[in-house]
Design a binder for this molecule. Structure first.
Ligand code: SF4
Ligand code: SF4
Length: 394
């Protein structure tokens, strides 16, 4: 989207305010400029050069979680989140508050393996501080090895199909056991699985920081690598990655990865559910937390619940839906709002009386786990593996 297109999109806004209905930052701050409509008005004034970038204005635009709760509510089809991304690109140069985050993010995407090794060494010093500051859960430690190890192909005899996994940074470096669970399920279901080498970060952390050009380079690499594979689906355990590959890349580079798909939708369609319900051994009562990018971004809400029901798990619905406050780098820059959103969600989960939270996003897992060990948090893939392959314990 060129700047003239951005202005055109912003001018479609008739200021009705519908987009504020579920905006978590508006809910928390209660001021117009911290809601979807207010941010768009600020961006329009900026584009018309009636406002200049200032730290206060930048803060309003960078404090959007990009959760997408506003996205489907606009009667005029204003592309709200895309406008915010584009606004951030324009404000990047003037935004000094996040300059060190940009340096770190760039270093990480250029040298992920080195960053991982350095973090492993530093975790014994740094993690107690990060736990104290509320950035990570108290029981979190880095895995010994990442998930990916060059180009991997997992074969089965007489495959019924072939799928690829887009690992994503959080599965690769933080929760590799979830990737293993997914492979176990796919192999048992009769799929040949490809984990291609050369995959890079989906680019969303950079994009949220206004580093559009760098994110575009990453998008092009991923499209090149996954576009060559002859697979029926590109699966990811991270909804943000799927949203990027499928919906955001076309806006960034004119081409996306159409086969990208969230795991719940794929498994619900392909697994033998009868077999699932037969194998399920440990019925339990849980609450399910909808990840924003899965629910608002990809419209996936029913599928994970159906899968859980199929394996004999009773899902209690909480009263209040909403963002857990993670939002990737948002939780680092806006700790107070992030913590308040987390408290709201954990309170809502507690009210149901369920002892376990299930979600479908590694970022939500990390955030919800910060609330304490009393209520364990699982990625849905762990429970499906337990039911379908007979491993893991709830
Ligand atoms: S993306 Fe989320 S935080 Fe940002 S304006 Fe929309 S509802 Fe509010
Ligand atoms: S819902 Fe759409 S038209 Fe209404 S204020 Fe929000 S962006 Fe503007």
């Amino acid at each position: 989207m060129k700047n003239s297109n951005l202005l055109k999109d912003l001018e479609k806004c008739v200021r009705c305010g519908s987009c504020k209905a579920y905006c978590p930052t508006y809910d928390e701050a209660g001021t117009e400029a911290m809601g979807a409509r207010g941010r768009l008005i600020l961006l329009r004034e900026l584009m018309l050069q009636r406002l200049k970038p200032t730290p206060v204005l930048n803060d309003k635009i960078f404090s959007c979680i990009l959760c997408g709760a506003c996205a489907g509510l606009c009667p005029g089809n204003v592309d709200i989140t895309e406008d915010i991304y584009r606004g951030r690109k324009i404000l990047r140069q003037s935004d000094k508050k996040r300059r060190y985050l940009r340096v770190l993010a760039k270093f990480f995407v250029q040298r992920p393996a080195l960053t991982f090794r350095m973090s492993q060494i530093l975790q014994y010093i740094a993690f107690p501080y990060l736990v104290k500051k509320g950035f990570i859960p108290s029981n979190f430690s880095l895995p010994e090895v990442p998930f990916k190890d060059g180009h991997q192909v997992y074969k089965v005899s007489k495959p019924r199909g072939r799928v690829a996994i887009f690992t994503g940074c959080s599965i690769n470096f933080l929760y590799p056991h979830l990737g293993v669970s997914l492979i176990n399920i796919l192999l048992k279901a009769g799929y040949e699985v490809v984990v291609p080498s050369g995959e890079v970060c989906c680019g969303m952390p950079l994009r949220t920081l206004g580093m559009e050009d760098e994110a575009i380079e990453l998008a092009k690499k991923n499209v090149r690598i996954f576009g060559k594979l002859k697979v029926e689906a590109v699966l990811s355990l991270c909804p943000t990655c799927v949203l990027a590959l499928k919906n955001q890349y076309p806006k960034m580079i004119g081409k996306g990865i159409n086969a990208a798909m969230d795991v719940s939708s794929f498994l619900l369609d392909k697994l033998d559910l009868h077999q699932l319900s037969l194998i399920s051994k440990r019925p339990a009562t849980v609450t399910y937390h909808d990840p924003c990018h899965l629910m608002y971004g990809l419209g996936v809400k029913r599928q994970p619940r159906e899968l859980l029901k199929t394996i004999g798990i009773n899902v209690l619905e909480k009263k209040q839906e909403g963002c857990c406050g993670f939002g990737g780098l948002f939780s680092l820059s806006y700790r107070d709002i992030s913590n308040r959103l987390l408290q709201k969600q954990t309170g809502s989960h507690s009210e149901t009386g369920a002892g376990t939270i299930v979600t479908a996003c590694p970022g939500c897992m990390m955030q919800l786990s910060k609330a304490g060990k009393d209520r364990p948090v699982f990625h849905i893939i762990e429970l499906i593996e337990e039911a379908y392959c007979g491993s893991n314990e709830l």
